[in-house]
Design a binder for this molecule. Structure first.
Ligand code: HXC
Length: 258
């Protein structure tokens, strides 16, 4: 299988690095890119050496949206019968943390892909937007749902109805991204955070991701119960025992991912 639209490598410290790489189209998400992205994310998810995944683009664009040229002649029967974008949520089933790094444009499907990441760090040049309305369509990969949950109805509605972009400073103020850094320093920051996450126990890390995401799927009462059950289940791992023992013995834990 030849990857044409993304670059990837396993980096030291258990970090899987994935970079969208269609520079001539500002990383527009064509079918081929989707297929490759899902395949490599699944491979990394199943790779016992990988503890955290980075997903990023170029300095000019994370991704400027779904590929408009590819979409422009699509018909309703085809989009419906092929369930266009329906398999997209496979990315939400990746169980290891994904740290997204956004420099430049994250528009339409690009913004939606960014919002699927578990942690988002932006370069100060980042621009987020859902400009689908300017093309006569609407967000199709969660833009109306995830954006609204994060930044609230009024601002999300304004972005979806005007197609205007939001800059990195506003994105951090509204909690869409966790931090803003100099564009040139984005990769270093992604590596720093990801290496730290990858240095933790993998099963415990995956449980952390699972319970935080549950907060988006369920109400408080059920979410708290879910959290407590997973908390209890950490007591079935060696790493929970090792972590607490290491603390008491004033030494670093030696995780075995068991
Ligand atoms: C296909 C795209 C593209 C896209 C950019 N390009 N975005 N091709 N699909 N989404 C291509 C351009 O056609 C151009 O190709 C090249 O990338 C460089 O783009 P320019 O427009 O020349 O660059 P610039 O002037 O710097 O403007 C950047 C930009 C603009 C503001 C990001 O490209 C833009 O508005 N792009 C579209 C953004 C958008 O509407 N995204 C939402 C897509 S709909 P050539 O060959 O001319 O050099 C969507 C639906 C989601 O995502 C539904 C679920 C997936």
């Amino acid at each position: 299988f030849k990857f044409e639209n993304i670059l990837f490598e396993k980096r030291e410290g258990g970090v899987g690095y994935v970079q969208l790489n269609r520079p001539k189209a500002l990383n527009a998400l064509c079918d081929g890119l989707f297929t490759e992205l899902i395949q490599i994310l699944k491979e990394m998810d199943n790779d016992p050496e990988v503890g955290c995944i980075i997903l990023t683009g170029s300095e000019k664009a994370f991704a400027a949206g779904a590929d408009i040229k590819e979409m422009k002649d699509q018909t309703f029967p085809h989009t419906y019968t092929s369930n266009m974008l329906g398999w997209w949520d496979e990315i939400t089933r990746i169980r290891k943390p994904i740290v997204g790094g956004v420099n430049g444009y994250a528009l339409g499907g690009g913004c939606e892909l960014a919002m699927i990441c578990d942690i988002l760090i932006a370069g100060s040049n980042a621009k987020f937007g859902q400009p689908e309305i300017t093309l006569g369509t609407i967000p199709g990969m969660g833009g109306s749902q995830r954006l609204t949950r994060v930044i609230g109805k009024s601002r999300a509605m304004e972005m979806v109805l005007t197609g205007e972009f939001m800059d990195a400073n506003e994105a951090v103020q509204r909690g869409l991204v966790s931090r803003v850094v100099e564009p040139k320093l984005l990769n270093d920051e992604l590596m720093r955070v990801s290496r730290k996450i990858a240095s933790m126990s993998k099963p415990i890390t995956m449980m952390c991701k699972e319970v935080v995401n549950e907060a988006y799927e369920t109400g408080l009462k059920d979410g708290l119960k879910y959290e407590r059950r997973i908390f209890h289940s950490t007591f079935a791992t060696n790493d929970r025992k090792e972590g607490m023992t290491a603390f008491a013995e004033k030494r670093k834990p030696n995780w075995t991912d068991s």
